[in-house]
Design a protein around this ligand. Structure first.
Ligand code: G3I
Length: 367
């Protein structure tokens, strides 16, 4: 049973017991973010979930968890009529018992290489539009209904915009439906019906980087289209797999363009959620301490911009410890060293990035 801390403190005060100064209570990431009305959290994958010390660290630091892979279409539905909910259920059950909210990631990820194999090779027959609607609709409704009331926020649609072109990505589903925008709209509508209380987000990795202008423009077009058609959407999920580096002038230019984008999004009445924050240090040379400093400074500069926006409701990192980060498998460092892009190192020791985030929350806009 989880004991409510408020009762423990109230009881201790009534008995005039010395209340231990919970040093970490005032300074956990969770508390620092909560003071600004923001839910801080992290993603957790299968390896991390199997480690009790890691789970304990997350319970201490986080108010929100996102299953890193367990709620994706290929994981939940590896065959046309095969459903495997065990891993996702376990994470949701644990989070709920520990008093943490859950982000559902993700109901519909229409990227060809992220579809279940059976979908990627599906024969959509003579009525492909209806078949695609039926396939996507069934998945969205089944998952959203199962986790309704347990998942507070869903990434309903993930990465449907091609960063190179700013247009919709191609896939078997785009071909079958003839217009993937229909399926995107359908996913949001069905998610709202199936989980009426959940926050519904579009999630993507457009960023402030110089190469991201087309991606940002494409995402804006998508959001405007959804708004115009009165499709239920509450938030933009900003993945934020950022890469440390660049001088002050470059950062200032990126920041201007990024703010213009965020202004447009919030101007549509949408909330913002940072959904997958980590800082890739592949371009940072030097000993670990030097890299950690650069990562922390970059994390601070990036977070300061987001934290100035009052509609920001959540801030989730893609892993809390370098031990379980996906970053090592993504464009490895030239020197073969492990990357150091999470708030805790691989021994679960806090790094400067953690302090930078606590400080950024402390300095963020009051709401
Ligand atoms: O679990 C299997 C294992 O049994 C098997 O032996 C191994 C062989 O390849 O694969 C393992 O599954 C891998 C899984 O990660 C767990 O490690 C998948 O192949 C691999 O594709 C999967 O990668 C995940 C990726 O999304 C694709 O789903 C990463 O862990 C995950 O961090 C990454 O997360 C994405 C977000 O969902 C969306 N935004 C970008 C972010 C980073 O790419």
């Amino acid at each position: 049973m989880k004991v409510d801390r408020r009762f423990v403190m109230a009881g201790a005060a009534a008995l005039a017991l010395p209340v231990p100064l919970r040093a970490e209570a005032a300074t956990t990431l969770r508390a620092a973010a909560a003071a600004r009305g923001i839910g801080f959290g992290t993603a957790i994958g299968a390896r991390g979930f199997a480690d009790p010390a890691y789970r304990a660290l997350i319970e201490r630091e986080c108010a929100v968890v996102t299953p890193e892979n367990a709620m994706k279409w290929p994981a939940l539905c590896p065959g046309p009529d095969r459903w495997v909910f065990d891993d996702a259920d376990r994470i949701v059950g644990w989070a709920t018992r520990a008093g943490m909210a859950v982000r559902g990631h993700t109901l519909f990820w229409p990227r060809q290489d992220r579809l279940p194999g059976w979908v990627a090779n599906y024969d959509f027959g003579t009525k492909p539009i209806a078949a695609a609607d039926q396939m996507v609709g069934r998945h969205v409704v089944t998952v959203a209904k199962r986790y309704a009331g347990k998942v507070g926020s869903f990434d309903v649609v993930n990465e449907v915009i091609d960063p190179e072109t700013g247009s919709y990505r191609d896939s078997v589903l785009a071909k079958a439906s003839g217009n993937i925008a229909r399926l995107v709209a359908l996913a949001f509508q069905l998610a709202r019906e199936a989980a009426p209380k959940a926050e519904l987000a579009y999630n993507d990795y457009m960023d402030w980087g110089d190469g991201s202008a087309r991606h940002r423009a494409g995402v804006l077009r998508l959001l405007e289209g959804l708004r115009k058609a009165d499709i239920p959407i509450d938030a933009l999920g900003i993945q934020a797999h950022v890469t440390a580096g660049g001088d002050a002038a470059a950062i200032a230019r990126r920041e201007r363009e990024w703010r213009a984008f965020l202004d447009e999004v919030t101007g549509m009445g949408l909330k913002l959620v940072v959904t997958e924050f980590d800082v890739d240090d592949r371009d940072i040379a030097g000993p670990p301490g030097q890299r950690d400093r650069a990562v922390a400074d970059y994390a601070r500069a990036w977070s300061d911009v987001l934290l100035a926006y009052r509609p920001l409701t959540g801030f989730v990192t893609w892993g809390l410890s370098d031990r379980f980060s996906w970053l090592d498998g993504f464009r490895p460092r030239g020197d073969g060293q492990h990357k150091r892009g999470c708030p805790y190192d691989d021994q679960f020791r806090p790094k400067p990035m953690r302090d930078a985030l606590v400080a950024a929350f402390g300095a963020g806009a009051a709401r």
